[in-house]
Design a protein around this ligand. Structure first.
Ligand code: DAH
Length: 351
């Protein structure tokens, strides 16, 4: 066999082997290795071409032409196989990333507004509707705002240690929202303002007490209005509007003489029993009435304490327990349900 024939035969074999190998390549990496092995600088084709030097000069161009054809053919085969393998890789990636869009989503548990918070917001909204301004005061108070300015004498039982949470420095957790009366009137006077002033003050209060009907932390809404010629008629009108709006029906109300240090006269307010419509039942102890809040005409000493002339101005005030009203509205039997945070209760009563 001549050199030329032998060379041609080697080239034929190389071409066939390369085509077979390319077709069998399982991945792009492997294909790249094959390209280097056959067409690279130190590859098989270069190896075969070393034999060209042994050919007669006139034979060399013949081989050159064949080699170029092979190079061209193999380059095309490589490109074709590369496209195939790329398509396979792409398909595998799509399969791997596939998501089932028909799968139901993960549910985010929805929270609810706590019934006490809900009640607080409803009550505040009713007073805002009447033109009252919302005010808040600090839960950590001093004796002046919580007691003295409200005409509560040092020997008054509400000041006894067992009722009030005191701090070592003489501050205390406010036992009611009435100190907001003092703060709101003080800030009015400080701004150079004068009555009329009408305020609703919702918030937390604290007392050292715990049983079926008492919790060491609970909520009150304080309401007061000061102006010229404010009388108990205004008090009764606001109470009637408020209580009927909150309970969603026209309710009879009744004022009973009572005593609070910061009001004179003072009155306990009753509503017609919402459970029996005043006919008498277990809840109202057959009286037909439910006590709902304390009220009165602001004591001259209180106006005096904030620098408002009680001969010129008068005012009414009342304070209510939010939990108590929410319990009455929704028939909740035990105060402690509000604070145990049993999700069954919160789901049922929350909104
Ligand atoms: N501060 C009283 C309490 O916590 C409630 C109260 C009664 C508030 C009569 C008032 C009022 O404004 O006039 O028991």
């Amino acid at each position: 066999m001549s050199e030329l024939e032998s060379l041609n035969e080697q080239l034929d074999r190389l071409r066939e082997q390369a085509l077979q190998d390319f077709a069998a390549a399982a991945g792009l990496d492997e294909l790249e290795q094959l390209r280097v092995r056959y067409l690279g600088k130190k590859g098989k084709l270069t190896e075969v071409l070393k034999g060209v030097g042994r050919l007669a000069p006139e034979q060399r161009p013949l081989i050159g032409k064949v080699v170029n054809e092979i190079k061209q053919l193999l380059a095309e085969a490589l490109a074709g196989r590369e496209r195939e393998l790329q398509a396979v890789a792409e398909q595998q990636r799509i399969e791997a990333e596939r998501i089932d869009v028909t799968l139901p989503g993960r549910k985010l548990p929805q929270g609810a507004i706590h019934p006490v918070q809900q009640g607080l917001e409803e009550m505040t909204a009713i007073f805002r509707q009447l033109g009252f301004t919302v005010a808040e005061g600090p839960e950590i108070e001093d004796e002046f705002h919580n007691f003295d300015a409200l005409n509560i004498q040092p020997e008054h039982p509400a000041r006894a240690m067992h009722d009030t949470f005191f701090f070592a420095d003489g501050h205390l957790l406010r036992t009611h929202t009435s100190p907001v009366q003092i703060r709101a009137m003080q800030s009015l006077i400080k701004r150079g303002g004068t009555p009329p002033v009408a305020v609703v003050a919702p918030g937390r209060v604290y007392r050292c007490d715990y049983d079926m009907t008492h919790s060491p932390m609970f909520h009150q809404v304080e309401v007061f209005q000061v102006g010229r010629d404010i009388s108990m008629a205004h008090l009764k009108g606001v109470l009637k509007f408020f209580l009927s709006s909150y309970f969603g029906k026209a309710l009879p109300i009744r004022l009973r003489p009572s005593y609070f240090p910061f009001t004179e006269p003072s009155a306990e307010v009753d509503i017609g029993c919402v459970f029996c419509d005043g006919k008498g039942c277990r809840v109202c102890k057959q009286t037909g009435w439910l006590e709902v809040l304390g009220s009165g005409m602001i004591h001259p000493n209180v106006l005096q304490a904030v620098g408002i002339d009680h001969r010129e101005y008068s005012g009414f005030a009342f304070g209510l327990g939010v939990e108590r009203l929410v319990m009455l509205k929704h028939g909740i039997p035990d105060l402690r349900l509000f604070f145990e945070n049993d999700v069954r209760f919160l789901r049922r009563m929350g909104s």
